[in-house]
Design a binder for this molecule. Structure first.
Ligand code: SAT
Ligand code: MN
Length: 609
């Protein structure tokens, strides 16, 4: 099938108009077939953009190296271009839509010269599910097509669902590097200069326009752009939740299962938590999703979640047999690696993979690289935000329900971030609204997942949605409160927890081992849902008693006391920071209910001192 066979007149015209503007050499429809995927990858390997990995070790896998300037999301070039600036709110970059469209139209003019234009019809969520949304991405990057084929459901079936006049979210993407007559990329990753990169969202018209970057969330427009930024707007208008959350299934030794979702900022271990192998005997964790959850009430009054994605775009460095065996297995075939090290026998390697680099590697900058453990300043072989794009079905821990069109019933919601101090291992909100308060104050040490925020500093990242909310974040808090008020049955609302696996001692040592040991906290969460867990009420919320969570090896009773202490002074500073630096940003969009929770927290803390 090709573009001429498209039966949807509006879609056809939209494609023709963009082709007239961007002037590609040819137009190809991504039909979703594995033959087309293989052909694309073969072409990319032949043209020198990608290295085919050793079929005996990594069958069906390739490795790409990106341009050193194009290695992560760029938040400062990401725009929520609503008609009114106030609707984008204080946490988003804003530009007038008319102005932004004019600037970008000028950039798009002729931008696909010398390249192929690909049309990618895709579904976020299982094909035909009432919760799913359809998008069409136009791109000039074959890398994007191949990644989208793993991350979403792509192809002819989506066009059939669209019929002659179905609704889709239109998404433009170009790497922003037209080729002159006879010019070639010579196998180098094409992208535009930073000041020409744009990742733009038009919430009123539900359009996505991206230019200049070929990497991750900047270019795979189904993920952060559609499934979060545009979906938050749809969710606000339609009364549901589009969230930056993993979805996991936990089963007790008695065989009872519950589903838990969790919001953590990028590169804080969502993928690891979603695929965790419990260290406590008899317990099982399975994976529904690792990055995004769309949640709606079912007719039984329960909140149900679907994973709109079909693959994992996981952080490679630090992924090892110990930290996440399931991810390694998922990414052992039919996977695209980006910015990892490649060994002489064409296998992959990265920092934290669990073994030393074997011999001479080609690093993510295309240079020869030999590990020197005596050189503490040696640059890493893999970029810290190097990624694997792997099909979800290949994950050994994938839950049977992962593609269930009606979703999975959510018992608990976790919020978390990287906090070396103050925030205890786990505490629970008193109710939904108090949980919204906890979500609104989440802070985290910044990671390498975004290019333009300083790694290592702590920033507030409410609901882990700071870079992903498509409208005013104050209104988003209110939407969360409204969802709670509108719940058909308050008793059936998920319980809300705030966890922190990242506590350190004054000497900078981890207090909690994390990874599989986090199952001990999940067990307490599960038991809270069952009503059987031991707990105490504290000034900050409900917490486990000191003996309610079994201690992992290496964690002393003293450590546990520190992990579960309410650090009154630390929390008073926290309140102070929220009151002076965080909440005022939202002005009169901050829900009064949240300001009251902050006052109550402060008086609780002062009373306890
Ligand atoms: O936005 S990406 O898809 O590149 C990854 C992330 O930041 O979570
Ligand atoms: Mn993410």
């Amino acid at each position: 099938m090709n573009v001429n066979d498209i039966k949807h007149a509006g879609l056809k015209k939209w494609i023709e108009d963009f082709a007239a503007l961007t002037n590609p050499d040819e137009i190809i429809l991504a039909d979703g077939s594995s033959a087309q995927y293989d052909e694309l990858i073969d072409q990319q390997v032949a043209a020198g953009y990608a290295t085919r990995l050793n079929p005996a070790k990594k069958p069906g896998c390739v490795a790409y190296n990106s341009d050193p300037s194009d290695v992560a999301r760029v938040e400062k070039r990401t725009y929520i271009s609503s008609v009114k600036q106030e609707d984008a709110g204080p946490t988003n970059n804003w530009m007038d839509p008319t102005q932004l469209k004019k600037e970008m139209t000028d950039l798009y003019r002729g931008c696909m010269k010398g390249r192929t234009m690909y049309i990618i019809p895709f579904s976020m969520g299982p094909l035909g599910s009432p919760i799913s949304k359809i998008g069409v991405e136009i791109t000039d990057s074959a890398y994007v097509v191949a990644n989208m084929m793993i991350m979403t459901r792509v192809g002819v079936k989506v066009l059939e669902l669209l019929g002659t006049d179905g609704y889709y979210v239109p998404c433009y993407h170009s790497v922003g590097k037209p080729l002159a007559e006879g010019e070639s990329d010579n196998g180098k990753w094409p992208c535009a200069a930073m000041e020409h990169k744009y990742i733009s969202h038009f919430p009123e018209t539900r359009e996505i326009w991206s230019y200049g970057s070929g990497y991750g969330g900047n270019a795979l427009l189904g993920k952060k752009c559609l499934a979060l930024r545009i979906a938050t707007v749809l969710a606000r208008d339609e009364g549901w939740l589009a969230e930056h959350m993993l979805i996991l299934k936990i089963t007790s030794p008695e065989g009872k299962s519950r589903f838990v979702t969790g919001a953590f900022p990028s590169a804080c271990g969502k993928t690891n938590l979603a695929m965790l192998i419990p260290t406590i005997p008899g317990w099982k964790v399975e994976t529904v999703g690792d990055d995004i959850a769309w949640m709606k009430f079912g007719s039984d009054g329960q909140l149900y979640a679907i994973n709109p994605e079909a693959g994992f775009f996981g952080v490679a460095p630090g992924t090892s047999d110990d930290s996440n065996r399931n991810a390694l297995i998922a990414a052992s075939s039919n996977t695209i690696f980006t910015n990892v090290g490649v060994t002489e026998d064409k296998d992959i390697w990265w920092e934290g993979i669990g073994y030393d680099a074997p011999g001479k590697l080609i690093d993510w900058n295309d240079n020869e690289w030999v590990q020197d453990k005596t050189d503490k300043t040696q640059k890493p072989a893999a970029h810290p935000n190097a990624r694997f794009t792997a099909p979800a079905v290949q994950c050994p821990s994938i839950a049977a329900e992962w593609e269930d069109p009606k979703g999975v019933p959510v018992s608990a919601i976790l919020f978390g971030g990287r906090r070396p101090k103050t925030i205890p291992l786990v505490h629970q909100s008193h109710d939904w609204a108090h949980g919204v308060f906890l979500g609104s104050i989440v802070g985290s040490e910044v990671t390498a997942a975004a290019l333009d925020v300083k790694a290592g500093t702590i920033r507030r990242d409410p609901f882990a949605m700071l870079p992903f909310c498509g409208y005013n974040m104050g209104d988003y808090f209110q939407h969360w409160l409204d969802v709670g008020h509108a719940a058909p049955d308050a008793e059936k609302l998920p319980k809300i927890f705030y966890v922190n696996w990242f506590r350190k001692t004054a000497e900078g040592k981890w207090l909690w081992p994390g990874y599989g040991e986090n199952s001990r906290v999940l067990k307490w969460v599960f038991e809270r849902c069952e009503g059987t867990a031991k707990f105490v009420d504290t000034p900050i919320g409900i917490m486990p008693t000191i003996d309610a969570i079994d201690r992992p090896e290496g964690v002393t009773e003293e450590d546990m006391k520190e992990l579960l202490a309410v650090d009154l002074d630390g929390w008073i500073n926290e309140v102070e920071d929220i009151r002076t630096n965080h909440y005022p940003k939202f002005g009169n969009h901050l829900p009064k209910e949240l300001a009251v929770f902050l006052d109550t927290l402060e008086s609780n803390l002062k009373a306890a001192k």
